[in-house]
Design a protein around this ligand. Structure first.
Ligand code: SAM
Ligand code: SF4
Length: 360
């Protein structure tokens, strides 16, 4: 079933929206020119692409230790299919691409994929979120191929705890990846930690200290209740206000720097620090009203809102003979159908997809 097009869809209607399905013959509405706007007049110009649902870590807040769901390989988009989607996205006004996963650096041909996306007319910025395990060797080739920035996940500075949190991750290799990212000039370098009560909440001051001498942004993320980790998230989310209070006990009052456009992170600074701190409060202070993003899953679905089920199947369209114009029209349709927000405060259950399938 498809949501009827109307300028007056409100939050409640959006909350009740069903999963969108592929329409073989999109209406003329979706073929109009101009930037892609959703039904709430948000301009959607940022596509996060999950290059693979596989990962070389098993972070306990993201994937189960055993039995994670992986799509069969023939269901994953090929490089050519992926690049067709990027061109269609650019044609309707998407300007920013982020490569994520699973672990995007595990994708075969990653450097070539970056090069092709960077060369796509209309794409201004291509970045990557990575666990950095392969970054020491890949940073320079990725930079040369046109990657503009990286965000690196690092939830602990204690190698033993890091291994436990990631279920096997090698802190030394990740740190070498961070150094390589800085050396080749991925600026500003952003580091991310999901803060989980009883696991790494006692480390927030140490993590934040990294910004004192380095011009990095360290971002603290509230844990979200995606598939496989829902119960853990309910018990373990540490609200941003609590993280800030812990930091202020150590560093004194943080300076508010700003909350810029569609950036989900509110930015602060330890007085006198070179870098900044970012706080992403998806649970306690959702930023849905300024959302500018959509996601492409590794198996070719446009996923319209992180925590919702609404998806539009581009893989079927690609493999069913859709032209470039058809793909662009589908992108525009997906944008229009984007729900208002994740709906957790209204009691909407999160999607059954895991974070590693959706790309965070
Ligand atoms: N493997 C890469 C990495 O870890 O950076 C990219 C994929 S990962 C799914 C993307 C982002 O999602 C990371 O910053 C990760 O910390 C975050 N993430 C994973 N599970 C999460 C959860 N339950 N709540 C909030 N963020 C989560
Ligand atoms: Fe892998 Fe990233 Fe998920 Fe960790 S957060 S398991 S590195 S996809």
């Amino acid at each position: 079933m498809v949501i009827p097009l109307t300028e007056t869809r409100d939050k409640a209607q959006a909350a009740a929206s069903p999963t969108a399905t592929y329409i073989p013959a999109p209406s003329e509405f979706y073929r109009q020119a101009g930037p892609a706007l959703d039904a709430f007049k948000r301009r959607i110009n940022y596509l996060r692409i999950s290059l693979t649902d596989r990962c070389n870590f098993r972070c306990f807040y993201c994937m189960p230790e055993h039995g994670a769901h992986f799509a069969p390989r023939d269901q994953l988009l090929t490089d050519e299919e992926l690049l067709r989607v990027v061109r269609a996205a650019a044609a309707v006004g998407f300007e920013k691409i982020r490569l994520t996963g699973g672990e995007p650096s595990l994708r075969r041909n990653i450097v070539e994929i970056v090069r092709e996306i960077a060369a796509t007319p209309g794409i201004r910025e291509i970045s990557m979120t990575t666990n950095a395990l392969r970054l020491a060797e890949l940073a320079q080739p990725l930079k040369d191929a046109g990657l503009t920035r990286v965000n690196i996940s690092i939830d602990s500075l204690n190698p033993d705890k890091f291994r436990m949190l990631t279920r096997g991750g090698d802190f030394g290799r990740v740190w070498a990846g961070i150094e390589a990212a800085q050396r080749v000039g991925f600026n500003p370098l952003k580091l991310n930690a999901v803060v989980v009560r009883g696991m790494n909440d006692d480390e927030v001051a140490d993590l934040a200290r990294l910004t004192v001498d380095e011009p990095w942004q360290f971002r603290f993320i509230e844990m979200m209740p995606l598939a496989g980790v829902g119960e853990l998230a309910e018990q373990s989310v540490v609200p941003t206000t609590e993280i800030i209070a812990r930091l202020e006990q150590v560093y004194g009052a943080l300076e508010f720097v700003g909350w810029f456009g569609s950036d989900p992170a509110r930015t602060y600074r330890i007085p006198g620090a070179q870098g900044t701190l970012g706080f992403i409060s998806s649970i306690t202070e959702p930023f849905c009203s300024t959302c500018n993003r959509m996601r492409l899953t590794a198996d070719g679905k446009l996923h319209l809102c992180l925590l919702r089920d609404n998806e539009l199947d581009l893989r079927d369209a690609l493999r069913g003979g859709a032209s470039d114009d058809d793909l662009a029209a589908l992108m525009r349709q997906a944008v229009w159908l984007k729900p208002w927000g994740h709906g957790l405060p209204e009691g909407i259950k999160p999607t059954l997809r895991g974070m590693s399938e959706l790309g965070g």
